[in-house]
Design a protein around this ligand. Structure first.
Ligand SMILES: NC(=O)c1ccc[n+]([C@@H]2O[C@H](COP(=O)([O-])OP(=O)(O)OC[C@H]3O[C@@H](n4cnc5c(N)ncnc54)[C@H](OP(=O)(O)O)[C@@H]3O)[C@@H](O)[C@H]2O)c1
Length: 241
């Protein structure tokens, strides 16, 4: 039996890890990308190889603050015996606070290169190399509002949303490109549950986004051959306010 292969960026922890678990459980080979979490990525790939011996797993390191060169490296690694990539999930990101007036060049460049530019080159190189497949970009419900508390982050994710739709149109009928815009799932690194509770309280559904709901949304877009250029707002209704 042929197993399709997915590259997940930022795969070692949190949302990325749960995405990998879901795809492995569904019979996919997985390329797990990491930047600093080498130990966790290797341990996860090893666990998957034991749990799913008929499927293939490998890891690739890449610092996405380096742009095109990292995208090329990430796109060149496949598990042994696997000849092509079928899906790309752009999940890795950085989430730095800062209103517009407090945003300096370094912050703006860091947010844009990790959250937009390197994902762009990954998408482009995936398309140029294989001319078929499916991409899901993990966005953020912040793409729908003008809240500037994480201004550079939001602007980079807004750009990624437009890239999602533009690529869906340009690369059809060969590739499908979609996005998932989560609301509050986990507190950001360095923040505790009270930070999350505050954000959750502002959502219409007054509930945190379940990791299972989020990964199911991604899996739905990856496997539904009739959908391209769509954004699923898996956000407890936050895009409505
Ligand atoms: N958490 C939420 O509630 C929430 C809400 C809305 C949207 N989202 C979106 O959902 C996705 C996953 O969220 P998350 O909270 O799980 O993300 P996260 O933990 O903040 O980051 C995921 C991974 O991104 C990788 N990363 C950071 N800087 C990198 C760099 N320079 N080069 C390469 N990789 C880098 C890290 O990999 P290493 O650990 O290997 O360094 C990290 O583990 C993100 O796109 C995020 O914007 C999340």
């Amino acid at each position: 039996m042929m197993h399709p292969t997915v590259l997940v960026t930022g795969a070692a922890k949190r949302v990325g890890r749960v995405l990998c678990e879901h795809f492995a459980q569904k019979g996919w080979n997985v390329v797990l990308h990491y930047n600093e979490s080498k130990k966790e990525a290797l341990a996860l790939a090893k666990k998957f190889s034991e749990d799913y011996p008929d499927q293939k797993f490998c890891v690739v390191q890449g610092d996405m603050s380096l742009g095109e060169i990292t995208a090329q490296k990430m796109m060149s690694v496949l598990p042994e015996g696997v000849s092509k990539l079928d899906a790309l999930i752009n999940n890795a990101s950085v989430f730095d606070p800062g209103a517009l007036a407090k945003t300096e060049g370094e912050l703006l460049r860091r947010e844009f290169i990790i959250n937009f530019e390197t994902p762009f080159f990954l998408m482009r190189d995936f398309y140029l190399k294989y001319k078929s497949g499916v991409i899901v970009n993990i966005l953020d419900t912040r793409v729908h509002n003008e809240d500037s508390s994480y201004a550079a982050y939001s602007l980079a994710k807004k750009s990624l949303m437009h890239l999602t739709k533009m690529a869906a149109l340009e690369w059809a009928p060969d590739m499908r490109v979609n996005g998932v815009a989560p609301g509050p799932v986990l507190p950001p690194m360095g923040k505790d549950d009270s930070w999350l509770s505050n954000v959750v309280a502002q959502t219409p559904l007054k509930r945190a986004v379940g990791l299972d709901n989020l990964v199911n949304s991604v899996y739905f877009l990856i496997t539904n051959n009739s959908i391209t250029g769509q954004i699923i707002n898996c956000d407890s209704g936050a895009h409505l306010i």
